[in-house]
Design a protein around this ligand. Structure first.
Ligand code: AMP
Length: 249
C-alpha cells in the first residue's frame, strides 16, 4: 500500500499569534514555523502502517514556499521515504491544495491519503473533504482509530454524539483527529538519514493547477480582550447575575 501524506507549514502551536498591523493576515516574519500538529499525527499513523508491514512507501507532500522543505524533512526524519514540494509563494486555499493533491495522486497512484483534519493556521477543515470529492474516493474524517483489514480500512470517527465506525474501500482519504496517536520525536540518526532522502520540487503550473485564490480576505482582527472576572458573594448572587446580567439562564 502506498501512502501520501500532505504536511502543511504553519505557525508553531506554541507561538502567540499576532495579527499584521495592516489587518491583512497573521504575522509570519521571524515567527517559529512547524508542521501542522494534525499532520504530525498523519505522518505517525503512516509510519505505524509501514512498521506493521501494511504500507510499503510513504510520500510526504507540502505545498508552500521553498522553506516548507523543512516540514518535509521532518516527515522524512519521522519515517517517510521521500518528499514532494509544490513550491508556491502566496495564499493557497483548500481547493487549490486539493487540486494539487489530485494531480500528485494521478502521478504517484497512492492507495491512501492521510491528511490532518485541519490546519491550525486558518482552521479551514476542508482540504481532505474536497480531495475526496474531486477523486470520488471514500473518506473517513476525524479518525481516532485506523485498522487495516483484508485490503480495506476500518475507521473510528470522533463525532458529536460519540464514535462512528466506518469500513472504507481503498483507495481512500483519511483525516486525523487528536486522539489517533501520539507522534514520535525524530531521533538524531533518523534526522541525519532524512538529509539523504530525495525531495522533488515542482510548481503548481507543472501539475496543471492554477492556485489563484477565489476568496478575498476582508480583514483579520484580534479577538476582543477578555474582561476581568468578578467574585460573587453567594449562590443567589451568581444566579441573579447569570439571569439578569449575562442573560444565559
Ligand atoms: P485545511 O483544510 O486547510 O484545514 O487543512 C487540512 C489538511 O490538509 C492539513 O492538515 C494538511 O494535511 C492538508 N493541507 C492543507 N494545506 C496544505 C498545504 N499547503 N500543503 C500540504 N498539505 C496541506
Amino acid at each position: 500500500m502506498r501512502l501520501l501524506v500532505p504536511v502543511k507549514r504553519v505557525v508553531d502551536y506554541n507561538v502567540k499569534v499576532r495579527v499584521k498591523a495592516d489587518g491583512t493576515g497573521v504575522e509570519t516574519v521571524n515567527v517559529k514555523m512547524s508542521m501542522n500538529p494534525f499532520d504530525e499525527i498523519a505522518v505517525e499513523e503512516a509510519v505505524r502502517l509501514k512498521e506493521k508491514g501494511i504500507a510499503t512507501e510513504i510520500i510526504a507532500v507540502s505545498a508552500g514556499p521553498a522553506v516548507a522543505q523543512e516540514q518535509i524533512r521532518t516527515a522524512l526524519a519521522m519515517g517517510a521515504d521521500r518528499g514532494i514540494l509544490v513550491e508556491h509563494d502566496g495564499m493557497l486555499e483548500p481547493l487549490a491544495v486539493a487540486k494539487i493533491l489530485k494531480a500528485i495522486i494521478a502521478k504517484e497512484a497512492p492507495d491512501l491519503v492521510i491528511l490532518g483534519k485541519q490546519a491550525i493556521d486558518d482552521d479551514m477543515n476542508a482540504t481532505g473533504q474536497m480531495l475526496a470529492a474531486l477523486m470520488g474516493w471514500p473518506q473517513g474524517t476525524f479518525a481516532s482509530k485506523v485498522e487495516a483489514v483484508d485490503g480495506s480500512l476500518n475507521i473510528t470517527r470522533e463525532v458529536d454524539g460519540g464514535l462512528q465506525k466506518l469500513a472504507l474501500k481503498l483507495p481512500a482519504i483519511i483525516t486525523t483527529d487528536l486522539r489517533l496517536n501520539e507522534p514520535r520525536y525524530a531521533s538524531l540518526p533518523n534526522i541525519m538519514k532524512a538529509r539523504k532522502k530525495p525531495i522533488e520540487t515542482v510548481k503548481p503550473a507543472d501539475l496543471g493547477v492554477d492556485p489563484a485564490p477565489r476568496l478575498t480576505v476582508l480583514k483579520v482582527e484580534e479577538p476582543p480582550n477578555r474582561q476581568a472576572g468578578k467574585k460573587v458573594g453567594s449562590v443567589q448572587e451568581l444566579v441573579e447575575k447569570l439571569r439578569n446580567e449575562a442573560k444565559v439562564i
